[in-house]
Every structure is written in C-alpha cells, then in structure tokens.
Design a protein around this ligand. Sequence first.
Ligand code: NG6
Ligand code: CA
Length: 512
Amino acid sequence: MSRTLLALGLGLAFLLPTLPGLRAAVEKPNIIVIMADDLGYGDLGCYGATAVKTPNIDRLAAEGRRFTSGYCSASTCTPTRFSLLTGTYAFRQKGTGVAPPNGPALIKPGTETIATLLKKAGYATAVIGKWHLGLGDPRPDWNGELKPGPLEIGFDHCHLLPTTNDRVPQVYVHDHRVLNLDPKDPLWVGDKAPDENHPTGITHRSSLRMNWTHGHNQTIHNGIGRIGFYTGGTAARFRDEDLGDEWVKRSNTWIEAHQDGPFFLFFASHDIHVPRMPHERFQGKTQLGFRGDSIVEFDSSVGELMKTLDRLGLTEKTLVVLCSDNGPVLDDGYADGAVEKLGDHQPAGPFSGGKYSVLEGGTRTPFITRWAGRIKPGVSDEVVCTVDLAASLAALTGTALPDNACLDSLNLMPALLGEPGAKGRDHLLQQDNNGTNLGLRIGDWKLVRQKTRGKSQAVVSLRKRDDAGGLHQLYHLPDDSAELKDLSAQHPERVKAMIARMDEIVSAGRSR
Ligand code: NG6
Ligand code: CA
C-alpha cells in the first residue's frame, strides 16, 4: 500500500467513529436499573393511579421517558430476571420458573450477562435486593460459600434477599455468605418439616399476625407463615419491615464508594411482593391496605436513590431505568386486605390479567427511563422490553455483543433515549412462568396461545374477562386493550401467520 493510501486509511479510521450514522458515539453514564416486584401498569400516579401517591416516580417520569408499551418478558419473577440479565428469553432454558428456596444458580458462570458486558466496558457492578435466580450448584450451601451466584456472572458485589420474602430463609446474602450468621447456630433449609414439633402456619395458625389464604403455611418467621422450612441462623434473620430501608442504605453506601463511576447498580426491590409488610412509617398511608402502603414505600426508596444522585452531582451522569418483574396480583397467598380495600384502583390499568398471565396485564408494566440532560422528557408508545436492556446497554457503552449471547435482546437504545424517529420492537414474545402459555405482539395485534387456564384466586381477582376462548386468540390492542373481543374467527390468515411467527421464534432458538 502506498504511503498516501496508508495515510488516507489511517485518517479515515480516526474519522469513522465521529461520522454520524456510521457508528454511535460511546457513552458511559452510570446505570441504575430499578426493578419493582409485582408492580402493575396502573399502580403509579404517572400511569393513572389516584388512590396511591407516587411523587418520586412521577418526577422520574416527568424528567424522562414514560413508556406506554414497556414490558417485562414474563409474568413471574424468576424468568423475567433471567432474561433481563442474560438477554435471552427464559423459556429457552428449562427450569427457569419461580425458583424454590434450595434452587441452584440458574445462570451458569460463563454466560454473558448485562453485568459481564458492562464490566468489559469498565463498570463497577452490583446487585442489591431480590435475587431469586438460585445460588450454588447443585444447591445453596447456606453455612458455607454461596456460589456460583451473582459474583460468578459479572457482579463485583451483591447484597441479597436470596429468593422471595415469602420463601425461606429470611436472611441477607452478602457477597458469598449469609450475613451475621453465627456458626454455632447453623442455618438449615428444607422442603419438609425438620421434626414433628416444628411450629408451622397450620399448627400455629391462630398466632399469626397475617393469615395465609393459600400456601405460606410452613415455617413461621416474624409472625408470618412462609413457603419452605428452616431452623437456625437466628442472628442473621431480618424483619420484613426493614427490607426497604436496607436496600436503600446498602445502595447509597455502594454508590458513594463508586461515585467516580462508571457504575451499574441493579436495584431489585422486594416491594410490593407478599408478604406485604412495609415499614411502620408507611403502614396506613393509603386506603388500599398494605398493598398500597408498599407502593408508597417503593416510591420512597426510589426518592432516596434520586436524592443520593442529586447530592453527589450524578443526576446528569446517570441513566435510570425503572421497571417491574411482572404484572400485579391482589391475593397472592395472604389475607392482607388487598382484595377488600381495592375500591376503584386498577392495578393493571386498562389491561386484563396480571401476574401469571400472558394477557397484557401480566407483562405490560411501568417502564421509565431518565437521564437528565440527555433524554428528552416525554411519553413513548414504542414497544420496549426488559430483555432488551442487555443489548441496548452494550451498544451504548461500546461493548461488543458476542453472536452466541443475549439471543433475544435487541438494541433499542435510541428508543430508550427518546431519539427522534427511533423505533421500538416490531414484535415481542410474552411468556408465563414456564413458557406454557405465550403471547405474541406484532404492531397493534396480539396473539394469545392459552394452553392452560389460570384458576388461582390471584389471577381471577384482577381479570376483566374470564378464561374462556380457544387455544389461539387474536386481539386488536388499540381498540381492545382489555383483550375482550377475540377476532381470530374474522382473521384466519393473520392468525395463521402469527402462529407461524410464534413457532419460528420458539424453535429457532433465538430471535436476534
Ligand atoms: C407462588 C406463590 C406466590 C409467589 C409466587 C412467586 C403460593 C401459593 N404462591 O408459588 O405467593 O411467591 O410463587 O412470585 O405459594 S414471584 O413474583 O417471585 O414470581
Ligand atoms: Ca414478581
């Protein structure tokens, strides 16, 4: 190659990254993904709620983008979190439904995750709050090292509720260990009572502070029956009322220590999952019972995090994403007044179904992005999903996405940032806990594949419509957001095409 050509080539190479359209500029803001638990589309002021006030999240929405078609990928916790972190739909890996107390780590070390991708981009990474993706292999060693876990898939630090607040044990996992565990009082966790005298929600039902309605009648902790059995670890146990403050306190400390950035914090609140037991200062704040009060607690936690960003001068240097892990539920196993005190409040907004369902209420949930000074405030109707954060954040930070990773994650960064004309997804697959039932949205149309019928009270209490209808149903969302008018008989060709697309997405093993 002649010298002139070489010089020209080098010059071009330097120019390329700056030419618009050829390569997006790399940006490395701090990133906080705030995921609520069981928070529905209609549960926030900025999404139309009036019975509960959420000023902090409303402010976030007013300063950022509020999505009206923002989704989580599944209608229960574990699969949504699996696909959020891996960028791959959870139904592609067996055993990713709601994880039991002694479940193994579901994301195997070596898997590319949001955390591994951002680490490559130079980020400090932490997850604080609910995990629910299993720990250890083949099961957690509660008295030893709890690994593999988050630290083996890209996180530098974790401070966790290991599964759910209704599943045993009620302890914090701090990096690889149960926090404050006294070796003289080992922690035992099992799925059968350790002895016949072990008090349970059945034998001691009248002593409970919150009665159970289904399940949740095994070991009792803090006056509340749980799923699963445990003994020991007395000094390590938390009070449900303190969880919200714990996540904020730990997050603030970690953010302060990493304020020079860039950092990635996955703030995974337990709010508003059952047993809903908000801190005493929030109890009675709404007329909706503890379900509403837990929303107020969650809003307050978000407010505290935003205060920390303001105080440290990080508000303009931080991209905040707020989302939920599945749609709402009223009675999810405890008699906490959520059903009786609901009034006119509509947890799923205009949608039918909720948690466990592939109707819109199950996965269409609050979705807000804010990056002060960078995101133009407004409302967006583009379709975006939690599964897309991996590819989107990789693109933003200039991290290469290996071809064999994050198989369903699309780079929607321009849409998430509200760039003019930026498009969201042209299609989205929605799944229930195990992927038995599926939903496929393409543009304005929604295909529902309903193989099993939801019978639980949880689903029924939020449902606008009953569970009738055939295996495949077709809805036109703009004029039927509640999915009440099945149009499959009128549009057989469309149904056929959408079934084919759904089958192809499932069988191809990837959709990216
Ligand atoms: C169900 C529980 C429910 C909740 C859910 C998981 C019963 C009867 N129901 O099995 O209370 O814990 O699992 O919720 O035990 S999630 O948000 O973590 O997916
Ligand atoms: Ca959940």
